[in-house]
Structure formats: C-alpha cells, structure tokens
Design a protein around this ligand. Structure first.
Ligand code: AMP
Length: 214
C-alpha cells in the first residue's frame, strides 16, 4: 500500500519541517520544489538563474519552469508513496498534477492543509535561520549560539525570508495558492486541516492521526 500526499499552507506554516517528519515516519519520498529550486540556484544552472529573480522577489516561479522540473524528479511511482511539499502552488499546477495522476492511474490520498494566522507566520519566518551547509532550519527564539548544532555550519537568513519578501510571499499565497483549498475540497475526506499554530510534535501527531483515519 502506498500513501500519496500533498502538504499545503502559507509560507512559514512549517510545510518543510512537517514534510520531512511525515516522509521519515511513513517512508515516503519527499519532494520539495523550493529545495530543488534552491539547489538549481546554488549550482548556477540555467533554470536556477531564471528562477532566482522570482524567488528573491517572493513571487512564484513560472509554471512552465516548475512543470518541466517536476517532470524530471517525479513520476508518482514510488512504492511506499510520496509527499509533495510546495507543489502544486497554483491552479494551473494543480490541474497539471491531476492530469499526470489520472494518466498514470495514481490516487491522491490526502491534502494536508497547515492552518495558521498571518501574524504567527510573519514572526516565524523573520526569525528563521538556515544552516548554510546542511540546510537545517532553526528559529532565533530557540537557537543555541550562531552555528548549526548538526554540522557546525554558519546560520544565515534565507534571501527570501526578509520581511518585505515574506509579506509579498504571503500575498502571493493568498492570490495564487489559496484557491487550491477549494480545488481539493470537492472530494470527501481528501482535505486534512491541521492547526499549524501548535507545537511541532503536536502538529506531526495530528497529521499522522489524520492520515491513518483517512
Ligand atoms: P518554499 O521553500 O516552498 O517556500 O519555496 C521558496 C520559493 O521557491 C517560493 O517563494 C517560490 O518563489 C519558489 N517556488 C517553490 N515552489 C514553487 C512552485 N511550485 N511554483 C512556483 N514557485 C515555487
């Protein structure tokens, strides 16, 4: 049996953190379009240089770039299933994903919606620091020192985590990604709404409980 999931929510809701945990717990493939794009940027590829300006402005990278990147990394056939983190992010992408899944006869089991207020999100993101070498995520409220406790790397602010960009990313979420909630609400039992203002462990538990019940 495989489990196929999408995790959805505004920037700073904890999609990445929770997706990693759920993937580990359920042995799913974790696919983050944000991570893939940051790798492309770091490697200085053509896609990376095209994507970078959109990312730094807090805007969505155009659908055709995202869809061609997805085609390389995702075929939906992983034996235990997958969790998509940061994709789809527009109605166009959601429809494209539905087409891919329909064509391959693959079923989507749950869309996890991380529900959180804009105020909580803004303070979370502007306090976020990431390790420049291994990508581990920290928050200034709970950091011990200015080095990564996993690998000793330097902790930095992601370019798109600056307050002005965060506000723009939130607006973009409202306009372009929020309509997906309605898109996925049609199917009974698909949407799993979780309070993302809770503690990290609590959120993981709610998600795992919700998935098991589904
Ligand atoms: P994330 O790490 O998911 O917050 O993504 C960081 C940035 O990468 C976003 O603000 C977008 O600029 C870009 N990005 C990630 N995923 C997508 C996507 N599915 N469609 C368009 N842009 C994306």
């Amino acid at each position: 049996m495989s489990t196929n999931l999408i995790i959805l929510g505004p920037p700073g809701a904890g999609k990445g953190t929770q997706a990693v945990r759920i993937a580990e717990e359920m042995e799913l493939k974790h696919l983050s379009t944000g991570d893939l794009l940051r790798e492309e940027v770091a490697e200085g590829t053509e896609l990376g240089s095209k994507a970078r300006e959109f990312m730094n402005r807090g805007e969505l990278v155009p659908d055709e770039l995202i869809l061609s990147m997805i085609a390389v990394h995702f075929d939906g056939q992983d034996s235990r299933g997958w969790i998509l983190d940061g994709f789809p992010r527009s109605l166009n992408q959601a429809r494209a994903l539905s087409d891919i899944l329909r064509e391959k006869g693959i079923e989507l089991d749950n869309v996890i919606l991380l529900d959180i207020s804009p105020e909580t999100v803004i303070s979370r993101i502007t306090g976020r620091r990431v390790c420049s070498s291994c990508g581990a995520v920290y928050n200034i409220s709970s950091m011990e020192g200015d080095r990564c406790t996993e690998c000793g790397g330097e902790l930095i602010i992601r370019d798109d985590d600056r307050e002005e960009t965060v506000r723009r990313r939130f607006e973009v979420y409202r306009k372009q990604t929020e309509p997906l909630i309605e898109y996925y609400s049609g199917e009974e039992g698909l949407m799993l709404k979780v309070d993302a203002g809770a503690g990290i462990d609590e959120i993981t538990e709610s998600i795992l409980d919700g998935i098991k019940e589904a």
